[in-house]
Write a protein that binds this ligand. Sequence first.
Ligand code: PGA
Length: 252
Amino acid sequence: MIRRPMIAGNWKLNGTVTESLALVRELRNRLDKVRDCDIVIAPPYTALHPVAARLEGSNIALAAQDIYWEGSGAYTGAVSGSLLKEVGCAYVLVGHSERRQLFGETLESSSRRMKAALASGLVPILCVGETLAERQAGRTDEVVAAQLDAGLMDLSHAQLAKVVVAYEPVWAIGTGQVATPAQAQQVHDMIRERVRARDVDIAKTMRILYGGSVKPENAAELLSQPDIDGALVGGASLKVESFAGIVEARPR
Ligand code: PGA
């Protein structure tokens, strides 16, 4: 397989430190034999440091849910890439639709976040996706392309090669209404074509995850699509059974 699958769990605003450590213990026990898939979890900021300690020596990597682009200074509430690296993060989500919709993140700010992540040595997972109204208006490709172009803007060849993209239709996030494998594949193909226009080799190796109501029951069909290389999982990542079920559903 040319692209190593990735299953990432976005815990969002869920998990005290105690709850996070309990879930991590279960995940380690259940998934410690998995070698052919990158497994990533993104707990809330407050749990990152203790969780990192419990992940040592495991096959599970740590992600933050957001990053601010300045390194330090008078930016109340913000967390920089170097702070995330220090506590053991390897990845960071950028431009999640909840950040865009609820916290005013823009195309421009997602671009700054991408650059800051890469400059700090974090692998960014760039989230893109259309709303229901945009899909119904036939604007899916246009919206996703604009988010993709902004996120990848001005990256060097070496930086672009590190990026992971997650296509998450907003109407499928937390709604139980999953995109059909064909709908998802169509957008993933469009994303890969757009990356191909920049670099043919990177387009072949770039991982494009699908997110939006992924569950063990629908994961195998989604993950068997030619351009779907993994999943970004919200609700189902909070229980060991469902998250492990998705990891175990990857095609082998
Ligand atoms: P969901 O969330 O799996 O709960 O739909 C996905 C996401 O927001 O990354």
